[in-house]
Write a protein that binds this ligand. Structure first.
Ligand code: PLP
Length: 406
């Protein structure tokens, strides 16, 4: 299994100079690039000269600054290549559309981010006749049973949103490859913690809106995979990133690039605090879910797969049993204690709290919510690292007492 620290791959990639010897990479603002000889342009259009060899064509196709961030993502994920997109959903849609054609079939985990669920459950069947069967991805027999002769991919999140189940990536890889399928993993919840490609996944997608960026001020995504696959996303005729055009702005790529050097420090601190809160909540007898607790059903699995330096992630959930209790807790935490914010998203330096059943997972049908175990009283907490850990725990415990939960 992999315990190699992905930061070691990243440091070599980042050791590059800006255009004037700057310690940061330069921002290439041009949307069009010159060719020195007229014959080069047709060669570019015929695909004989690819951007990574130093010949750029047009900003929607390839931009050197965006490409540089892509190389950092590839280093983190241990893939041959990666490219960035305007959002996590753009990255997911591009990867799925490139791997599946009309009439194909997907087997997906039944707990995925609500936007991904809507893409697979509603959008793709209507717009392109690509159907998805949702199954409990921890039940390998159920995953296998859902595979048909039309299936092209198995899709799961490394740590599922919001149920925090950990995908058994090596087992899913073995199953997918034995049936000629590709495994696509959304690693948004666990950058650096888990390296799905090193465990055999074919394609890794990210919402960089979350931990990788870390400041809740940018929407961005990335697709990581083989050079051939990433190149195919930019194909002039059939590449979804090129044709549908969810292009990342180069200044966004530069901003995210400046936050990657402290991603490791941030992930460790998110995880350290989430683990302490989870252990304390558990001691109070509350229904807390966190992969770092040895009572979590996937604790042993995650302990085998993760890079220990970054722990078990920065997200925990607390099931308070009713929407009233959940709302009361979030209200008191935000408005009385200034513990964090009632907001969707995650991976921010401050704590973010939401009830997935009525927010980030509300795209799911009632039946699918209940099959996935997402109750209306479930609170998802993305644990931030501002303030002291003692101060924050005091606030959380105080709020739980105030609402009568303990
Ligand atoms: N994947 C996961 C696991 C998410 O939680 C989200 C958003 O919350 C996305 C993908 C979508 O990312 P974006 O909002 O950047 O499009």
């Amino acid at each position: 299994m992999t315990t190699k620290n992905p930061i070691e791959r990243l440091t070599a990639t980042r050791h590059e100079f800006g255009e004037h010897g700057g310690v940061n990479m330069s921002i290439e603002v041009s949307t069009a690039f010159t060719v020195m000889k007229p014959g080069t342009m047709p060669e570019l259009f015929e695909g004989h000269k690819a951007a990574p060899e130093g010949c750029y064509l047009y900003g929607r196709h390839f931009n050197p600054t965006v490409y540089n961030l892509g190389r950092q993502l590839a280093a983190i994920e241990g893939t041959e290549a990666a490219y960035c997109a305007a959002s996590g959903m753009a990255a997911i849609s591009a990867a799925v559309l490139q791997l599946c054609n009309s009439g194909d079939h997907i087997v997906a985990s039944n707990t995925v981010y609500g936007g991904t669920y809507a893409l697979l459950h509603d959008f793709l069947p209507q717009k392109s006749c690509i159907e998805t069967s949702f199954v409990d991805a921890s039940d390998l027999a159920a995953v296998e049973a859902a595979i048909t002769d039309k299936t092209k991919i198995i899709y799961a999140e490394s740590i599922s949103n919001p149920t925090l189940r950990v995908a058994d990536i090596p087992a899913l890889v073995a199953l997918a490859h034995s049936r000629g399928l590709q495994l696509v993993i959304d690693n948004t919840f666990s950058p650096l913690i888990l390296s799905p490609a090193a465990l055999g996944a074919d394609v890794v997608v990210h919402s960089m809106t979350k931990y990788i960026n870390g400041a809740s001020d940018i929407i961005a995504g990335a697709v990581c995979g083989s050079t051939e696959f990433i190149g195919s996303l930019m194909d002039l005729h059939t590449g979804p990133l090129m044709i549908l055009g969810p292009t990342m702005d180069p200044s966004v790529a530069s901003k995210i690039s400046l936050r990657i050097p402290h991603l490791g420090l941030r992930m460790s601190e998110h995880a350290r605090r989430a683990k302490l809160f989870a252990q304390n909540l558990d001691k109070l007898g509350l229904k807390v879910t966190y992969p770092g607790l040895d009572t979590h059903p996937d604790h042993q699995l995650m302990s085998k797969l993760h890079c220990p330096e970054y722990g078990y992630g920065g997200i925990l959930t607390l099931d308070l049993g009713s929407v009233e209790k959940a709302d009361a807790l979030m209200d008191v935490l935000q408005n009385n204690y200034h513990f964090g914010f009632m907001a969707v998203s995650l991976g921010y330096f401050d704590t973010l709290m939401c009830c997935p059943g009525s927010s980030v997972s509300s795209e799911m049908t009632d039946e699918d919510l209940s099959l996935a175990g997402i109750g209306q009283g479930l609170v998802r907490i993305s644990v931030g690292y501002t303030g002291t850990i003692e101060q924050r725990w005091g606030q959380l415990e105080g709020a739980l007492r105030d609402i009568g939960a303990v």
